[in-house]
Write a protein that binds this ligand. Structure first.
Ligand code: FES
Length: 138
């Protein structure tokens, strides 16, 4: 192998290695980005109970069974509490976002990642209201 062939072969191998490393790093960074993460739940809570007073106010929230239930200006919503990055507890910021205190991950009210390192969405739960009773399931 002469010098020209050596350089040509080396550059080809380096390109393949670089592309492979880039794909690997990107997959580690973002995961698949589509699968929501969170526990399967089915529970009720009574808005008349003193345990859930925070939910009477728009912007209020409670955490229960690994789920954050929040009162928005239009409805009650619920998402998984554990951040999909490293599992820190997210909270509702009162402005239609869930935020993670550990590395500044931000999710919308549907659990979708808006910014930060979380690789996938939070699981969103169905919340139905019947009088003072909220049912959270999903
Ligand atoms: S654990 Fe939530 S952003 Fe890192």
């Amino acid at each position: 192998m002469n010098r020209k062939e050596f350089i040509k072969t080396s550059c080809s191998l380096c390109s393949i290695a670089f592309i492979g490393a880039s794909v690997f790093i990107e997959s580690c960074k973002k995961g698949n980005g589509t699968t929501p993460q969170g526990p399967t739940v089915n529970f009720t809570l009574d808005l008349g109970s003193s345990s859930y007073t925070a939910l009477k106010t728009v912007g209020g929230q409670v955490s229960l069974n690994g789920v954050v239930v929040a009162h928005t200006s239009t409805s009650y919503i619920a998402v998984a509490q554990a951040c999909t990055h490293q599992g820190c507890a997210v909270s509702f910021n009162g402005s239609n976002q869930f935020v993670c205190p550990c590395h500044s991950g931000v999710f919308d009210i549907n659990g979708n990642v808006l910014s930060g390192p979380p690789p996938s969405p939070l699981k969103k739960y169905t919340v139905t209201q019947n009088g003072n009773i909220l049912t959270v399931a999903g």
